[in-house]
Every structure is written in C-alpha cells, then in structure tokens.
Design a binder for this molecule. Structure first.
Ligand code: ATP
Ligand code: ZN
Length: 466
C-alpha cells in the first residue's frame, strides 16, 4: 500500500487499475475533477465530510502541481433510493415525511447546511455546483441514447439498464457476476439481473410524488447513477481526468456510471477513479442511516474548531479507514493550536526553504501522503532553520494542507479561572432564586471584562467588547 518511489511528479492511486500511477492530465495544464456530492435529505456527518476533505486535498495538490483545476460537485436532490438495489423510498421523500417540510424545502435547507460545513472546513469552493433536478433534459437525453443503442428494458416500475450487454460490467469493483447471478429468481416485472439498475423510475400509479417529471417513458424521476454521468459529461465532457467519491461508491454507483457511459459515449468517463475510505465508529462506517452520527456542529458545540477535524483527517492516509475517537480529535486540536501559535510567533518572510519544500512535495505527490507531509511540517517547525524562512515555507505548505494558518487569530481574552468561578457562583444563585445576588455577580463579571449569557442548561462567557 505504501508508495516508496521518489515521486516529485504527481502519482495517484487509480481504483480502475488498482495501482499508483503517474498523473498526466488529458489537456496539458488543466485537470477536470468531478466529486459525487451529498444527498441533501439530512445534515452531512463528519464521515461524509472526511471524503470532501480528501477531495479538497487532491484539488489543492493538483493546483500545487500547477494544474488549473475545474472542480465540479453535484448535489443529489432527487433519485437516491434508500436501497442500492433500486428498492424503497427516495431519500428526499423520506426526509420530507420525517420533517414535515416539502422535498424542495429540505433540499434547499440541507444544501445550505452542507455549504456552511464546506466553508468551515476551509474546503475550496468548486467552480460548479450542480443539482440533479436542474439537469432533467440531459438525463433524459442520455437514457434515450441508451435506449436507441439497445441497452435498456422496461419493467413495471421503471426503465432499467441491461448489464448483461457488457462483458466487463463491474470491472472497477472486480465483480464476480456469475456468483451474484447464481440462484437469483427471475420474475416478470422485476430486474433481469441483480446488477441491472434503474435509469428512470415511474411515479406510483395511485399517488403523486413531490418531485416528478414527464419523460418519453412516463411520468417519474431519474435514477441516482444517471445524474452523475449526465452532469459530469455536461461540465467536463465524457472523458475527463479524475472522478472521486467514497469507497462505498466503487461497487454500485461508480460501476454503474462507468457502464452507462461506456454504452453511451464509449469511454469509462474518467482516466483516474479515486476513493476516500471511511470514517468508522467502532468497527462500523459512520452513517446517517445508522442514526448514530456526529455533525461538524456536534464538534463545535464541544468547543472544537472544525479545522481540528480537518487536521485529524490529514493524519491518516485517505486510502485507510480512520477510527473516530474524541481523544484523537483532541490530540489533533492540540497539534493544530501549537502549529498556529508557532506560525504567528514568527515574522513574515517570502523565501521558503527549498529542501523542506521538496520533501513536502515528494510526500504529497506520493498519492497524497498527508501524514508524511505533516511529519515534515513538524520537522520544519522544530528545525534550526531561520524563523522567517520557516514561516514562508509553512505558508506554502498550508496552501496544500488548507489549515488556514494565515487567518487564525489568537483569542484576545482567555477566560480567567476567577471569572469562571464567579459565573459558577452566579449560576448557583440563580438556581436558588437569589436574583439580587445573581445580578450582583453579573455586574462583577462585567467589571472584569466579560459578559455572561444564559443558555438552555448552562451559561456562556464572552469578552465584553463594549
Ligand atoms: N463514514 C463515511 N466516511 C467517509 N465517507 C463517507 C462515509 N459515509 C459516506 N461517505 C461518502 O460521503 C459522500 C456523500 O454521501 P451521501 O451524502 O450520499 O451520504 P450517504 O452515503 O447516503 O451517507 P449514509 O450512508 O451515511 O446515509 C459520498 O462520497 C460517500 O461515499
Ligand atoms: Zn455520483
């Protein structure tokens, strides 16, 4: 798994070939990057966000290697069903029932929440965000071409892609189709093969969906996989540089994107397929469906800077699973704090240390070895190199790591223990309904330069800036 060759040139792991190979862009100097985006029926959890941190690291590394990156991220706001086998409810309609809001309202709400997380993690804004519901004509045209080429069939509930037409279907996942096919019952109105997938699903005959459109095959909605093939091709063409997602996409979503693109355009869509591995809780993938998940906001509520989570992600290689623990996160927060303090102690300079920078480039160009890159960062920080040079070097490295060192400001007021003690006394006075004493303590806290605010079950202290 570890890639040892000296690779000042960028080398990346390609899931299609299952090896690390040299990255060369299709158009010199430019790199097209498509990343499967969130299904906006709920908040993103920090597992989802780990994948976007990996993709951001990739994007920054491409820029570091002087590629002009065209980065496209989709928003899945229709068609992602609860089950990968094309059964069950659309996650958006399910989210709508849960919240009592319309599917359109929750799509807008959770897209905005996702983008707030994106910014909090200092992820670079993609050139293009694209929503599946805004690309219906492209998806329908795609399915029509597949139909004309004889790749589809109709069942009672939709239009399906016939995977038996492709001898190498599922190559990305090295799928054993014969084993899958064995023992499968074939019935009228059902899929012909377990690997076949929906391109278009019909609205139920007896009820209306919130999100549905007319099509040549009947009223309904597009399948999840067609959206990514259609939108990536719309923005990057049907043969572009890199397509990313989480490891769970290899077996179904990306295998299906490749199958339908091969059938429609004769390409496997992207030259490199790259996958971020899971954030785990216990031995399980952190997942929304599992219910037990942490949001970025859950960390903020515990006073943990979102960038500490970014740092934690960088400590592990993107192709290894990362076990979440609060201790690990706290250690990342401490390391980030020390890095920030060192950086801000040093005077500004413009001349980086070339030897350290070359070692850093070598690490990051070795299939994004971010943990090795961080080790080099700390060697630099603890080195004897001139501090002005150290700062200039760290500034360049941070363009890749994205820890936003430049914009961090030391807190102007640490809250003194004596003020915290006064706030505790005031809380006790309030609980005893001694309102005058509570007010007196509030004034005393204010005299020391702090404001105390009452939360639902606790109090919060803030510097009094007036
Ligand atoms: N635990 C995880 N760790 C890392 N990446 C993940 C994890 N779970 C999902 N992802 C990735 O997050 C991205 C967004 O996925 P999406 O919003 O569709 O959520 P999802 O896969 O439906 O999540 P869940 O399975 O938790 O319901 C995808 O690239 C997916 O592969
Ligand atoms: Zn996708």
């Amino acid at each position: 798994m570890v890639f040892k060759k000296n690779c000042m040139e960028l080398h990346l792991y390609d899931s299609w070939e299952r090896r690390v190979r040299r990255f060369e862009s299709i158009v010199p100097g430019r790199a097209g990057l498509y990343c499967c985006g969130p299904t906006v029926y709920d908040y993103a959890h920090i597992g989802n966000l780990r994948t976007y941190v990996f993709e951001d690291l990739l994007r920054r590394t491409l820029s570091f290697n002087h590629y002009q990156v065209q980065h496209v991220v989709n928003i899945t706001d229709v068609g992602h069903l609860v089950s990968d086998a094309d059964d069950g409810e659309d996650k958006m309609e399910k989210g709508s029932r849960r919240s009592g809001k319309s599917a359109w309202e929750i799509a807008a709400f959770y897209s905005a929440a996702f983008m707030a997380d994106f910014r909090a993690l200092n992820l670079l804004e993609p050139e293009t965000w694209c929503r599946a519901t805004e690309y219906l004509p492209q998806q329908i045209a795609f399915i029509r071409t597949l139909e004309e080429k004889g790749y589809v069939y109709r069942t009672e509930d939709g239009i399906y892609f016939d995977t038996s037409r492709q001898s190498d279907y599922g190559y990305l996942a090295r799928l054993d189709r014969d084993a899958l096919q064995a023992g499968v019952r074939v019935a009228v109105g059902e899929k012909r093969s377990p690997t076949d997938f929906a391109l278009w699903k019909f609205s139920p005959a007896d009820s209306r969906r919130q999100m549905e459109w007319d099509s040549p095959w009947g009223r309904g909605f597009p399948g999840w996989h067609i959206e990514c093939s259609a939108m990536s091709a719309a923005h990057l063409g049907s043969w572009f540089d890199i397509h990313c997602g989480g490891e769970d996409h290899i077996a179904v979503h990306h295998s299906n994107e490749i199958a339908q693109t091969q059938a429609c355009h004769g390409t496997r869509l992207a030259n490199f397929w790259m996958h971020g591995y899971f954030l785990q809780t216990g031995s399980e993938k952190m997942s929304k469906s599992g219910g037990d998940f942490l949001r970025l906001q859950s960390l903020v509520e515990r006073d943990i800077d979102p960038l500490a989570y970014r740092y934690l992600c960088l400590t592990a290689h993107y192709r290894s699973q990362l076990e979440f623990s609060w201790d690990g996160l706290q250690a990342a927060a401490t390391a980030l704090q020390r890095l920030r303090e060192a950086y801000h102690r040093w005077p500004d300079g413009t001349q980086p240390d070339q030897v350290f920078l070359d070692r850093f480039r070598d690490a990051i160009n070795s299939d994004l070895n971010s943990s090795r890159a961080l080790t080099i960062v700390w060697e630099l920080v603890r080195s004897e190199a001139d501090v002005v040079m150290r700062k200039a070097t760290l500034r360049v490295m941070d363009q890749v790591l994205g820890l936003d060192l430049d914009n961090w400001r030391p807190a102007s007021h640490e809250i003194p223990a004596a003020v915290k003690a006064l706030a505790g006394q005031r809380q006790a006075a309030r609980e005893a309904q001694q309102w005058q004493e509570a007010d007196r303590l509030r004034r005393e806290i204010k005299a020391q330069g702090f404001l105390v605010e009452d939360g639902v079950s606790d109090w919060v202290l803030k510097p009094d800036n007036n």
